[in-house]
Design a protein around this ligand. Sequence first.
Ligand code: AOF
Ligand code: ZN
Length: 364
Amino acid sequence: MNIEFMRLALKLSTKGIGYTNPNPLVGAVIVKDNQIIGQGYHKNYGDSHAEIEALINATEDVSGATMYVTLEPCSHYGNTPPCTEAIISKKISRVIIGMTDPNPLVSGRGIKLLQDHGIEVTTGILSPEIEKLNEIFIKYITTSMPFCIMKTAMSLDGKISTPTGESKWITGEIARNYVHKIRHQVSAIMVGIGTVLIDNPSLTTRFPNYHGKDPHRIILDTKASIPLDAKVLNIESESKTIIATTNKADCSKLSKLRDKGAHIIITPLKDGKVDLYSLMTTLGEMKIDSVLLEGGSELNFSALNENIVDKVITFIAPKIIGGNSSKTPVGGKGIYNLSDAFIQDNISIEKLGKDIKIESYIRK
Ligand code: AOF
Ligand code: ZN
């Protein structure tokens, strides 16, 4: 076993970032006599799996070869037939697996099938890296709820805008480009109506040199007060603009929004606003496996309070803004006792240009 082949399979799998949701990122490498004879990765949702791609691309007879695959091969009929069948019929003799499949339809059955056919199986190779790359898939396939990332950008003294509301741009260009990288990875971006009214963002993915995938844009708008000329209702994009609203919205406004191509979701009321948990459940049913929260601070508090946030990405700019009335990343009513604070684990820190990026996970 050579871990470098699994590293290559992992690298190949990252080529699918942004295109495979809600399915996993998977890469496969076929090795014979220590030479790579086939490579493949899962390219797009619904397309053939990485194992099949590697078998198709093989330049030699694969019988007796070893397959390195980042995820346990599937054993079920879904969009495509089971990969275990192809591996067995092509007479692969050894399969090295990164992570076992958390999909309840597979989860161990793929490994057992291979072993029952005399194939030698090794698991757990580079699994921490592979699992991190597939954190969205793991949450979604096991809970049917979207993986939720809260992103905030603030000054060194914890402000997201000046007292007059100016917020463009607190962080530098490298940090801002990184946000587009996250937008490309997720299925949807969510903002509160306040952010639309103040910033009028387009919420698309923009990289300096190429166009990324646009996630769906979700606006939380209890009374459907979004102006019909808001950018999110008037952009050319392959993805949907979704207005999440309640029975407080005017029906004629909703039909105008539908005429503009918006998808409307009506949720029950929770504290007089959109019920976030119910909305997340509906989004999960729509195969939206991940949501990036991009403000504002009211939404951030509600999301934390509803326990829907999984990961927090904080950018800190080396600037001081001050001001008692300058907003901070998380508003709402806050928690009253420190013992009720939202605790984060698995913290990692990176410098992006002059800014600092902190990634952490909410303790559940
Ligand atoms: C993928 N790509 O390369 C592998 C997957 O919807 P289906 O039929 O394509 O099946 C999706 C499931 O197949 C997925 O949840 C995972 O359990 C398994 N493996 N899926 O999309 C791949 N190897
Ligand atoms: Zn498969």
